[in-house]
Design a protein around this ligand. Structure first.
Ligand code: GLC
Length: 747
């Protein structure tokens, strides 16, 4: 029998209770580590056939014990599948996704996902709750740390690369896991940057910005999708049939499994959609196949199948048969997902520890390469790379830090696996740097306590600030170069970590002021989970490196860049705000009727209390160790019909002194359209490695479909259009510093 025949045979034999049990996705919690003997709530669920899957098993032994127990409790021998939050690595923790996005290196991103998949699969995991592909433009939102950044095209290519890495060519392959695209959809655009808050968006923005990464992951064959906590335009996503059954399964052709987020079904009640039975009926009807942790499907579906649901106050009326049909639809999807993973043919598939976990040594090497590729050099006044003979002081709360470098959502990582920056510098140069604490991460004890929510990562030095700064100045004065190691704690960013003001904490700004006064050449390295407003820091520093939270080898990657063992190649995947108050922020903002610069000096778009000459680090920005020269772009034709391919060529040259990995970026703008269009939008990019003195021709293929855009008065009435006429093409090293040419589409 083929997979579908196995599924249909099971569907025909299963009782209603067995079908509902498959829709229940549970957390391992205390697990069954001592084997099947334990009588935990989880054990009781397994004994009763009331679990379809479990996440967070933490070991192969634990997963095996649970599978044994589940199979013993299943009349038809239906196995569990096992899942985990493998967001940026499993045991080998890679840089945060926002950091990896700054590498713009899709092969690297695929390679890190593949390594994470191999580690996860070796421990009996079948699915990972990744890639997180929520486009994010609001630095107040903590989960920007997990995101691919602000741009839909870069995010879409990352979604595809990560899906390829996790799943390989076919779902269920050995050493691979099912991807789970999350969080569907627009979770990254909550009002006021508050996590879980609701989203109000033009349908055109939803279709052009937030949905494309999901479409790309689905095209790559992603096996599952996780639904977002938020509402979109007044409809909570867990009840959003128009977007789940409508766009996801309809327009985008997704045919995999849809899981809720943690108690997301239950949360339809506080969203205001009615009591739990109504929420359950609406979630199931909308296309949420599995209920994570809340157990509301388990609790309420038996009654709903018996009685149906008449809820006029919720505008809902479902007959008993309709509910039964929805239970069958969801259960069939769960069984099909398990079949694709090979579990119906072999219930212990993936639980034999074969293939074994990949080499941790190889993982560390990859993590170090990824960390160096993810860091973004924002300024370098001929200071970097440093000589290995230089006397270096590392000052700040991250100079010898381990735990914060893992970043948020590193659930299976260990701080002891991190080589801190002081050790990394000594290992690389043979000279132990001088280390001084300099400043606490934050001033406020209550905030430090909140940041230590998952264990202590925010320590404080009990001495007075005067003494801390005195030591910092002394260390700087006694050295050739001082490196300020500043930024955010691990839990400054991540889930339920929205900040009012995304900027370097005040205590650390005072440290930078003190170091700048010493006159010792100053390098500032920012370890953060989100884009931070840097204020005057970029004027005070002679060199500035945005290193993010770089994982177990984050500090080593930084040391490699500081001393020239690696070249800085990162380019910002998210704009750095000049002031924390200007977020949400993106390079592709729509033009207004009063642009700046423009007709009016005063009556124009902008802020009265933000100077016009603030220093900005725009999307796509980053420096290398070689001076790049861009030639003028040329088009193979300046007029073309829709079916014709046009080429844009330009030369790029590295004037040295160091090697450069350059990301040549191509943007477009559509100056006249039927609705407002972004000021400019990324349509392609190419990465080239150039030795000093090397010159290379870069060629982009341009085609009419890159200029299609939606007109969407409603989600059901979407028309994708493209107009003849002039479009502009802008090419350069980032989204701001470009050269332009015009192309006329004749049709
Ligand atoms: C969390 C997150 C989601 C995660 C899930 C399971 O609340 O929103 O990203 O995968 O719960 O841990």
């Amino acid at each position: 029998m083929d997979d579908q025949e196995i599924v249909e045979r099971l569907m025909a034999e299963m009782t209603l209770a067995e079908k509902i049990g498959q829709l229940n996705l549970l957390a391992a919690g205390e697990g069954l580590v001592t084997g099947a003997a334990q009588h935990t709530p989880l054990a009781r669920r397994l004994d009763a056939g009331q679990a379809g899957a479990i996440f967070g098993t933490k070991s192969l032994e634990s997963a095996r014990a649970m599978q044994e127990r589940a199979l013993a409790g299943s009349r038809l021998g239906i196995p569990l599948f096992f899942a985990e939050d493998v967001i940026h690595g499993h045991r080998t923790v890679f840089p945060l996704n926002i950091a990896l996005a700054c590498s713009w290196d899709l092969d690297l991103i695929e390679e890190t996902a593949a390594f994470a998949a191999a580690e996860a699969a070796s421990e009996g995991l079948h699915q990972v709750f990744a890639p997180m592909i929520d486009v994010s433009r609001d630095a107040r939102w903590g989960r920007v740390a997990e995101s691919p950044g602000e741009d839909p095209l870069l995010s879409a290519r990352i979604a595809a690369a990560a899906t390829r890495g996790f799943q390989g060519a076919e779902l269920g392959a050995p050493g691979k896991v099912a991807a789970c695209l999350k969080h569907f959809v627009a979770y990254g655009a909550p009002q006021s940057g508050r996590d879980y808050d609701n989203v109000s968006l033009a349908w055109e923005d939803l279709l052009s910005i937030y949905l494309p990464p999901f479409a790309a992951g689905i095209t790559e064959g992603a096996g599952s999708v996780m639904v977002a906590f938020n509402a979109v335009n007044k409809m909570p996503m867990h009840a959003n049939g128009a977007l789940i059954e409508g766009w996801l399964r309809g327009a985008a052709g997704f045919d995999g499994l849809v899981v809720s987020d943690y108690t997301g079904v239950k949360e339809l009640t506080p969203h205001g959609l009615g009591a739990a039975p109504v929420g359950v009926a609406r979630a199931l009807h909308a296309g949420v196949d599995m209920d994570m942790v809340g157990e509301d499907y388990l609790s309420h579906l038996p009654t709903l199948v018996r009685d149906g649901l008449e809820a006029p106050e919720a505008g809902l009326s479902l007959s008993a048969d309709q509910v039964a049909g929805l239970v069958d639809r969801a259960c069939r999807r769960v069984l099909t997902f398990k079949a694709r993973l090979g579990l119906l043919a072999d219930p212990y598939r993936g639980l034999s520890g074969v293939p074994a976990a990949p080499s941790r040594r190889d993982g560390r090497k990859l993590a170090r390469k990824a960390a160096a590729r993810s860091a973004v050099l924002l300024k370098n006044d001929d200071l970097l790379p440093l000589s290995s003979s230089a006397k270096v002081a590392l000052v700040g709360p991250f100079a010898a830090d381990r735990a914060n470098m893992l970043g948020t959502w590193s659930v299976s990582g260990r701080a002891e696996d991190v080589v801190p920056l002081d050790s990394a510098v000594e290992a690389l140069t043979g000279r132990a740097p001088v280390v001084a604490w300099g400043a606490d991460i934050v001033d406020e004890p209550w905030l430090a306590q909140r940041l230590n929510v998952h264990g202590v990562t925010v320590e404080s030095d009990p001495r007075s600030e005067t003494e801390k700064l005195r030591d910092a100045r002394a260390a700087a004065r006694a050295s050739d170069v001082v490196v300020a190691c500043v930024g955010e704690a691990k839990e400054h960013a991540g889930e339920s970590s929205s900040l009012l003001a995304p900027e370097i904490p005040a205590s650390q700004r005072r440290l930078i002021d003190a170091l700048a006064e010493t006159g010792t050449p100053l390098v500032v390295v920012v370890f953060a989970g989100r884009p931070l407003a840097l204020g005057t820091l970029s004027d005070q520093a002679d060199a500035l490196l945005y290193a993010w939270h770089g994982g177990i080898a984050g500090p080593e990657g930084v040391a490699d860049i500081l001393f020239g063992a690696a070249v800085p190649a990162g380019r910002l995947a998210v704009s750095l705000p000049a002031h924390p108050g200007e977020v949400p922020l993106s390079y592709d903002a729509d033009p207004t009727g009063r642009p700046f610069p423009g007709t009016f000096a005063k009556f124009r778009t902008g802020w009265l209390d933000l100077s016009d000459d603030v220093k900005r680090f725009p999307f796509g920005f980053g420096l290398g160790y070689g001076k790049m020269h861009y030639g003028s772009p040329e088009l193979s034709m300046t007029e073309a019909a829709a079916g014709q391919g046009v080429q844009l060529r330009l030369s790029v040259e590295n004037a040295g002194p160091g090697e450069v990995v350059e990301t040549v970026q191509l943007y477009a703008s559509d100056p006249v359209a039927r609705v407002v269009r972004p000021g400019r939008f990324l349509i392609d990019f190419k990465q080239v490695r150039l030795s000093a003195g090397e010159r290379r021709e870069v060629v982009f293929d341009i085609f009419a479909d890159q200029f299609r855009y939606p007109i969407a008065p409603t989600l059901e009435a979407v028309e994708w259009v493209r107009d003849p006429g002039v479009v502009r093409l802008h090419v350069g090293p980032n989204s701001r510093d470009t050269s332009s040419v015009e192309l006329t589409w004749q049709t």
